[in-house]
Design a protein around this ligand. Sequence first.
Ligand code: PBG
Length: 323
Amino acid sequence: MYPIQRNRRLRSSATLRALVQEHHLSPSDFIVPLFVIEGTQKKEPIASMPGYYRWSTDFIAEKVKSLWQSGLKAVLLFVKVPDHLKDNQGSEALNPNGLMQRSIQAVKNAVPEMVVMTDVALDPYSSFGHDGIVKEGKIINDATVEVLASMALSHAQAGADVIAPSDMMDGRVLSIRKSLEQEHFHDTIIMSYSAKYASSFYGPFRDALDSTPGFGDKKTYQMDFTNRNEAIIETQRDIEEGADIVMVKPGLAYLDIIRDLRESVSVPIAAYQVSGEYAMLKAAAEKGWLDHDAAMMEQLFSFKRAGATLIASYFAEEAVKLL
Ligand code: PBG
């Protein structure tokens, strides 16, 4: 009770504030998403993601060396697949010499200790831009899961440490886990996008990979943003199926979900601050309407405060410079 208690006492200097700071950010909290393209010596800007690029594999190798130097320890790879290699089955995803498989090797050769995470979903490989196989206008679950399990295995064979299924098909974690175990990849980690919402914040990412769905939307597989309990159910099932790390995506509009999961599961939780969140802040900062660095740090800390263990963020590299 005032004046016995004065809440401002512990805020009265920067030193005191540092002493009682409840949450911290360090470079090892981050996962750096990287977009890879075919070719050599290529660094392509992405219009809706200012300051972010698609890199050819030779440049990716250089890039991960500099990320490692700055203390970042994990990258999450996405590939932009040329149109002529896309089909309904996502066949190219299984090519042992495909762009993803070569990218994994490029990163591992450049920095063997770097944790390599790979996106598993068919959308960059699909002629329909959907995360699964399309049949009569529907995204079919079980046939897709079979392809995803082979895709995951092929990433593990290429050297991936962490498989990150982002497709939201039912049962994919179990199938991936079985296929990894069968081939003795006992230590390959599954980080499942367990609470992934159908979101308009993925727009810039789909520009980056040219993976916008050709028809319809993703609402029959990604979650409905009006729901909260569903996130807990999805996540608990993924853990039962063998997920080691779970994820909430997008980030900022779903902090309540991160907190719900923190209170209901014990595995590490990753938050994905997605492309649209990055684009919003870049756009506002470009106009001079927000202080970029301050707003960026405030958002990143909100994920930690909500209960996230890891943060996948396009700001990772900029953020660690300020830590
Ligand atoms: C692919 C995938 C998407 C993202 C990550 N993996 C797009 C989607 O589901 O449509 C979005 C990432 C971002 O917006 O930053 N399944």
